[in-house]
Design a protein around this ligand. Structure first.
Ligand code: PRP
Ligand code: ZN
Length: 286
């Protein structure tokens, strides 16, 4: 496996589907067989390793994997691996936050002298130190949200994504410690043959991320409205203007790098545009 780049991704959980999809959209072909740990790519010198997300930083720091996709929350918690790991790209999915929350009938003003249950003791302790708060941190691996109700803690610090878990447990979020999302990380000392494979994948991943919000817009309009219409196209650099068979009509084609909402389309129509098509963009290589 010396000349193959090993990519670690989460086997089951909040990151797994989108991590696999990102690799596939970046042109890495592999087949995942349930229960298998490793999938060899059939078209690139790449192996995909399926593991628990908590194990990804140590695998990369030790050189057992070369790069990986993990939540910022996991990387920031595992401070001991920081020296050997580089954060190379924010991936924009699996967005969530690490927040303090308290039972809604027990809300308090100060975090001082509290028992805080969390699966992220390092992040929480660093936050308390920085803010000169004196409290006890209790490390809990799962079901953190139950601890205030069994008398183990006064409040919790846990991941919040939709907020449904907090709501189900009558907990109120009152302070965010960290905003998290999926990131691409790499071992700091990759050999040059592996760096080359990473460069290729990195550029492709950026292409996939850039394309995510992009849309290709095509519409028809009168020649004298071209300026107004172009001003309305979100994040379009330099639209293409194509003459149409009818003498005073043109087609405008543009790559819009920002979301195109219904409201934008309605404004375009009001300015005189017709046959407005908004199409997905799969990849962008600039
Ligand atoms: C986190 C957290 C909550 C849930 C919050 O767990 O511990 O249980 O997600 O999400 P919500 O706001 O959308 O309800 P996760 O699924 O990451 O599992 P893990 O902590 O056991 O890895
Ligand atoms: Zn986990």
């Amino acid at each position: 496996m010396k000349n193959r780049l090993i990519i670690a991704i989460q086997k089951n959980g909040r990151l797994s589907d989108q991590s696999s999809n990102l690799l596939k959209k970046s042109g890495i072909k592999f087949r995942y067989k349930s229960r298998s740990l490793l999938a060899k790519s059939s078209n690139l010198p790449v192996d995909v390793l399926f593991v628990r997300d908590d194990d990804i930083p140590s695998l990369i720091a030790n050189g057992d994997a070369d790069i990986g996709i993990v939540g910022k929350n996991i990387l920031f918690e595992q401070t001991k691996h920081k020296r050997n790991i580089k954060n190379i790209l924010d991936l924009g999915f699996s967005k969530c936050r690490l927040s303090f929350a308290v039972p809604n009938n027990k809300a308090f003003k100060s975090l001082n002298n509290k028992r805080i249950a969390t699966s992220y003791p390092n992040i929480v302790k660093a936050f308390l130190r920085k803010n000169k708060i004196n409290s006890t941190v209790i490390k809990i691996h799962g079901s953190v949200e139950l601890t205030p109700y069994i008398g183990i803690s006064d409040c919790i610090c846990d991941l919040v994504s939709t907020g449904a878990t907090l709501k189900e447990n009558n907990l109120i979020e009152f302070k965010t410690v960290l905003e998290s999302e999926a990131i691409l990380i790499s071992n700091k000392n990759l050999k040059s043959n592996k760096s080359k494979i990473l460069d290729l994948i990195f550029t492709r991943m950026k292409g996939v991320i850039n394309a995510r919000e992009s849309k290709y817009v095509m519409l028809n309009t009168d020649v004298d409205t071209v300026k107004d219409i172009c001003n309305l196209l979100p994040g379009a650099d330099s639209p293409t203007i194509i003459p149409l068979e009818k003498s005073n009509k043109v087609a405008i084609h543009a790559l819009c790098q920002e979301p195109v909402f219904w409201e934008t389309m309605e404004q375009l129509k009001n300015k005189g545009a017709s046959s407005i098509l908004v199409m997905p963009v799969e990849k962008v290589l600039s």
